[in-house]
Design a binder for this molecule. Structure first.
Ligand code: KMH
Ligand code: ZN
Length: 304
């Protein structure tokens, strides 16, 4: 009997900007509503960032998270996953603040540094509503998304140790799997690991199926198949094909407007739930089941 598929939804992120889609949730009320709808559509984990309500700029302030986390918790049983990736240019302390303040069941943890090139979007989008959007995209031509061993260890000790939070380990390249293994070997993290493989970010591993297969093979070898759950997200137009491929191979998947603004070629997704429903239908048509939040909690050993 194949395992059910854990769907994560990432409703807003810290990369896309408001001018790119009118459907990107910005305010706490919009982020709460989008998350609740996504959970009702079948997402068992909600991966969350916050934005400044007036401008849509990624914003690490815990008081913003505190406006939507309780609303989502009250309305759904979904696992709350607070991002420590934050937004480009935030310090690690800023990125950690929402998670250390709210002590969630799960937090993302980016396990390697990389060039994080979102400046190519400038070729596609020329008109911006807010002053911050163009410089934000431009700066990524000369930007390193820094996740050093020291800051990763700090997050593991602080969030994992003090708060009992478990991690969505974001791996943007093959070497990042070995970084996770380093922390396993140090005895700082214990199975089951939740490995989120990220494809199609300029600076990270490309969205080629050979890469997915190889990362899966290496993860099996490093962690042992019984010790980890893997999930796949791919940016932009590769989102649904890669999510489908992961489900076919026995993995889990992530969708949401953080990773792609689209529902089809040239067609903006009107909501996060629309993407969840689309992949859910594919998963079910493949004869697989979608995991409940309770199943996700059990398989990922979350504190509940
Ligand atoms: N936006 C994704 C490519 C994080 O929040 O920790 C990566 C991400 C980072 O989700
Ligand atoms: Zn994120």
């Amino acid at each position: 009997m194949p395992k059910s598929v854990i769907i994560t939804c990432a409703p807003t992120g810290g990369i896309h900007t408001p001018s790119m889609s009118p459907h990107l949730p910005i305010t706490p009320a919009e982020i709460a509503a989008a998350s609740i709808e996504a959970a009702e559509a079948g997402a068992s984990i909600i991966h969350l960032h916050a934005r400044q309500p007036e401008t849509g700029k990624p914003d690490p302030r815990p008081e913003l998270f505190q406006q939507f986390l309780p609303v989502i918790k009250q309305a759904t049983d979904a696992v709350i996953n607070v991002s420590t990736g934050g937004g480009l240019g935030m310090s690690m302390d800023e990125r950690m603040l929402a998670a250390t303040t709210t002590s969630p069941e799960m937090a993302s943890l980016n396990v390697g540094s990389l060039n994080f090139g979102i400046f190519p979007m400038l070729q596609k989008y020329t008109e911006f509503q807010h002053d911050w959007e163009r410089p934000f995209l431009e700066m990524t031509e000369d930007f390193i998304f820094a996740n050093t061993f020291k800051t990763i260890r700090y997050a593991i000790e602080k969030l994992g140790g003090d708060h009992g939070t478990r991690f969505e380990f974001e791996c943007y390249d093959l070497g990042h799997l070995y970084n996770v293994k380093w922390f396993v070997d140090q005895g700082l993290i214990q199975p089951p690991f939740f490995i989120q493989m990220v494809f199609g970010i300029l600076g990270g591993v490309g969205a080629d199926l050979d890469n997915l297969m190889h990362m899966h093979t290496i993860a099996d070898r490093l962690f042992g198949p019984e010790n980890y759950e893997w999930s796949v997200l791919a940016a932009g137009r590769n989102q649904i094909p890669f999510a489908t491929q992961s489900a076919l191979l026995g993995g889990n998947l992530r969708v949401g407007l953080e990773d792609s603004l689209f529902i089809g070629k040239g067609e903006l997704a009107t909501s996060n739930a629309q993407q969840v429903l689309k992949i859910r239908e594919i998963v079910e048509n493949l004869g697989l089941e979608v995991a409940t939040p309770a199943e996700a909690r059990e398989r990922l050993a979350l504190k509940g």
